[in-house]
Design a protein around this ligand. Sequence first.
Ligand code: ZN
Ligand code: ZN
Length: 337
Amino acid sequence: MKGQWLSAARAPLEWKDLDVPTIGPDEVLIKVHACGVCGSDIHLLEGDFGPFARTPLVPGHEVAGVVNAVGSAVVHLKVNDRVGLGWTQHSCGVCPQCTAGNTSICSRQQVTGIQVNGGYAEYVKATARDVIKIPDNITLEEAAPLMCAGITTYSPLRLLNVRPGQRVVTLGLGGLGHVAVQFAKALGAESIGVARGQDKVELAMNKLGADLAIDSSKTNWVEEVNRLGGANVVLNTANNAQLMGEAVHALAPDGTLVLLAVDPNPLTLPSSGEFIQSRRRLMGSSTGSISDAVEMFELASRRGIRPMIETYPMANAAAVVERVKAGKPRFRAVLST
Ligand SMILES: [Zn+2]
Ligand SMILES: [Zn+2]
């Protein structure tokens, strides 16, 4: 098979002949149709993951394709099923996190495309338990980024029991944020998008179904949200530590600020009283569990939630990665085989 090979951090991607993976009894082989290019892939290529990453390998953790072969112990998937594979290529199934259903924080997990071979290739293998079926009305190209952006934004909304009568503010309307606005709306909350620039405001209002969009380059968004009564949940999808610190001030009593995007700079937080008096919370989150993924696809399927994508041939991944690094794609770049 052909695949993109990363020999080491900061080395160029090589489109080369690789062996098709051989599967064990609990695994499935997926014929890859699409793989999203994530900001995390750029961090991998630049060596930001340090020893957490295990190069050499095939990158890519936003995979969608079709089951090509199943191991002898696999009972819930069959050849030709349309499936997705996200951040977790293998969860152990038996640790305290896994048995509680929190597979995304399994301490024995193998991370797709960062610790084991991922989806920038014609085939990828995974533990069958961690492979998610894709509804028929979602294309494989659309499903690929949902395996990352969809799960990552839906998971905290579900954990925080977001419901009608609540207000969810999404900071940043890029790859994660433009999906988050749609999920918050679909869960019945008042969904507010905050981003810089009139084009993003128009997009949120006209295409994403936001109840309100605020251009943070023109308006003090914290004041605006407080004028409405504060946010029950703020989802931060922007790589901006200053914004994360500001966001605490936009929380309603009992509100939660969820950090989804990384900025290596330290956070500047308000004094502890701001958290204590009104029981405000700060949480980090990455990806989500198997059941988060199943629910996320169900909601996306029923409510027409789709990522906005740009599709490129997988053979051109090296050039696409450069585009992503330069911030050129407006939303998710997807590699297609
Ligand atoms: Zn991702
Ligand atoms: Zn586990």
